[in-house]
Design a protein around this ligand. Structure first.
Ligand code: SF4
Length: 620
């Protein structure tokens, strides 16, 4: 048995595994499990990848080091859980998940509003309990402790909680989340269509949705999305600030009023590009594509026009006060994210990231929950460094990344170029992945683009969770593998993320369920053959003795020819070779529920194979 941290056991092995992390599956299996670091919930590594040499170490600080002025906390070994009021101060002492006692001293009349403030006082909120229920592998205490450390956020505006919001968490201790962007633009789409896209994105697994509307009735669209969503909603408030006016006219009053208005509507998290400073701007001129963030480029224009510092940075504490009063979470924007591989990990991007780290500290001092946005377009080899540098500079605040795209030359397929980067990002440190659709760089995503983007990102997030060894994350994979091994097509489709497409692809060539599919056919179906072997191993069927297998004939001439053709047939030829079998087996009266409805035994399956499926013309 291979267990976490044990990589040398078992004398039959001539090889050594790397240090073993947790096992993401509960089903007994032959795999050694995850090669990620063992789980460290409550510490800076949580679920993490082993460091490639040269990676920045995690920060030694957490949100506990950035409390409001006058607050004090300490870990104690001796003491009692409880509460003491002395004059104007109150001290609460509570037990952490690690068994340590934490005491927190704060003003006696203080009332917590945000999840972070509750966590700091040892309170487990209703939302934390719900998150623990949804995560499965976490307890409410662990959720509270991660929020207290700033490594996890629950974006749940108190106003949105009055509608249909189902609280969820973003952080390294929880499963990787995905975000879907939508929003009306000046040239396309309207409120009704956006609400329909919201439902569609939720249907395909979006954990949060960002309304990035820049056209139409922005207010009505946002309100409709908030009222109809079960997922947290994020916005970039600067878009509304400049509708009908020029960016140069933006002032502090407009910034604060717009943020207050959207917070009051129920927005759960705001992207604010406060990390881009005047001093950073000269670094943009040598980039291939400059600033590609809408918010970043607009604020840069404002700074150049007014020769003043970024106004969202100078009034940060006032913005914090508004966010705190509704428990809106910051998603500190990356206005300098690279827009092409050649601009990745440059001084401009990282100077902004360092400032974002300082903004994180300032927001935590105000009791506001924080996550941080990240790139963009990053070569595959630089992704780990980007994730781990953020972990250092932002003290473990959840990282929410857009992709990143790992190549620039596949417009139309950027859901794929980016989900490759997103998988790596999630493995190395990102907590939420902002989807990219096939329409990226080309146009406003339509319904099917939203589905394609969501699915690409569910794949990325899930692959990373399994790799990180998050308990239970492989269970559905194992169930599907078992269904596949049993050639149980119904179960196979039921467990598929997109059962309709899986069923349609199967039925395109062979629309009856039997003990093989059209990919290899009956005689070549290794799963069917393995099933036979397993039956032999289990002692159920003596006729599958090894001698029989060794006596079986060599490949026939026809089989040799078929092998030669494999991989050389054109798609048209393959389509010609595939024939429908529905009528042939009498399955056109009703849909086959499982192969035994129409194909009772192996012999009959062979008849279908020979008569109806693929008769390869090897002479061509
Ligand atoms: S025919 Fe091939 S692809 Fe289809 S179930 Fe059997 S082994 Fe799998």
């Amino acid at each position: 048995m291979i267990t976490p941290g044990n990589n040398t056991e078992n004398s039959h092995r001539e090889w050594t595994y790397p240090a073993i992390g947790g096992n993401p599956g509960n089903t007994p299996a032959t795999t050694p499990g995850s090669f990620a670091n063992p789980a460290n919930i409550g510490g800076p590594l949580t679920y993490s990848s082993p460091d490639t040499p040269g990676m920045p170490a995690p920060s030694t600080k957490t949100a506990w080091d950035f409390l409001p002025q006058g607050w004090e906390t300490q870990l104690i070994t001796d003491g009692k859980v409880g509460e003491v009021v002395e004059g104007n101060t109150r001290t609460v002492t509570f037990e952490q998940n690690d068994g340590m006692l934490r005491s927190m001293t704060f003003p006696a009349d203080f009332k917590p509003i945000t999840q972070l403030e509750s966590a700091r006082l040892g309170i487990i909120t209703e939302q934390m309990t719900r998150v623990a229920e949804r995560e499965g592998h976490l307890t409410p205490i662990q959720v509270r402790d991660e929020i207290g450390a700033g490594r996890m956020v629950i974006p749940a505006n108190v106003k949105h909680l009055q509608y249909k919001l189902d609280p969820m968490a973003i952080g390294r201790a929880s499963k990787t989340k995905i975000n879907a962007n939508m929003g009306a633009s000046p040239v396309s789409s309207g409120t009704e269509e956006e609400v329909e896209k919201l439902k569609w994105a939720e249907r395909w697994g979006a954990d949060t949705v960002m309304d990035l509307s820049t056209g139409g009735d922005l207010d009505a669209c946002r309100q409709a999305i908030i009222e109809n969503s079960t997922t947290p909603i994020g916005t970039v408030p600067i878009y509304s600030m400049i509708i009908g006016k020029k960016i140069e006219d933006l002032d502090e009053t407009t910034i604060l009023e717009t943020i207050e208005h959207q917070a009051n509507q129920g927005v759960d998290y705001f992207t604010v590009h406060a990390g881009l400073l005047q001093a950073h701007l000269p670094f943009a001129k040598n980039r291939l594509i400059g600033l590609v963030s809408r918010g970043g480029s607009l604020l840069a224009k404002w700074m150049i026009t007014h020769k003043k510092e970024n106004p969202t940075n100078t009034c940060w504490e006032k913005i914090c006060d508004i966010l705190r009063s509704y428990d809106v979470t910051f998603s500190i924007g990356d206005g300098c994210r690279p827009g092409g591989l050649a601009d990745a990990t440059d001084d401009l991007q990282l100077l902004e990231l360092a400032e974002i780290g300082r903004l994180t500290e300032r927001a935590w001092r105000k009791g506001v929950q924080v996550m941080v946005e990240g790139p963009g377009h990053v070569p595959f080899d630089q992704i780990e460094y980007n994730m781990k540098l953020q972990r250092t500079l932002c003290h473990g605040a959840p990282f929410y990344v857009l992709g990143p795209l790992v190549t620039d030359i596949f417009p139309g397929y950027d859901h794929i170029t980016s989900c490759i980067g997103a998988t790596s990002a999630a493995y190395h440190g990102a907590s939420m992945l902002c989807y990219v659709t096939p329409k990226e760089h080309l146009g406003l995503p339509k319904k099917d683009d939203v589905k394609q983007g969501c699915i690409a990102y569910k794949i990325a997030a899930h692959a990373a969770d399994v790799a990180l060894g998050i308990p239970g994350s492989r269970d559905r994979d194992d169930e599907l593998t078992k269904a596949r091994a049993a050639l149980n097509w119904e179960k196979h489709f039921e467990l598929s993320f997109d059962p309709d497409v899986a069923r349609a692809y199967h039925d395109e060539d062979l629309d009856v369920d039997t003990d093989f599919c059209a990919m290899c056919g009956h005689d070549w179906c290794s799963v069917r053959i393995s099933k036979e072997i397993n039956e032999f191993f289990s002692g159920k069927d003596e006729s599958y003795a090894w001698e029989k297998a060794t006596k079986s004939g060599a490949l026939t001439e026809e089989q040799v020819e078929i092998l030669k053709q494999r991989g050389h047939l054109s798609p048209e030829e393959i389509h010609k070779l595939a024939s429908k079998t529905k009528q042939g087996v009498g399955a056109d009266q009703a849909k086959a529920a499982c192969h035994s409805d129409y194909v009772e035994d192996d012999e009959q399956a062979k008849v279908i194979q020979q008569a109806k499926l693929v008769q390869v013309n090897v002479s061509r």
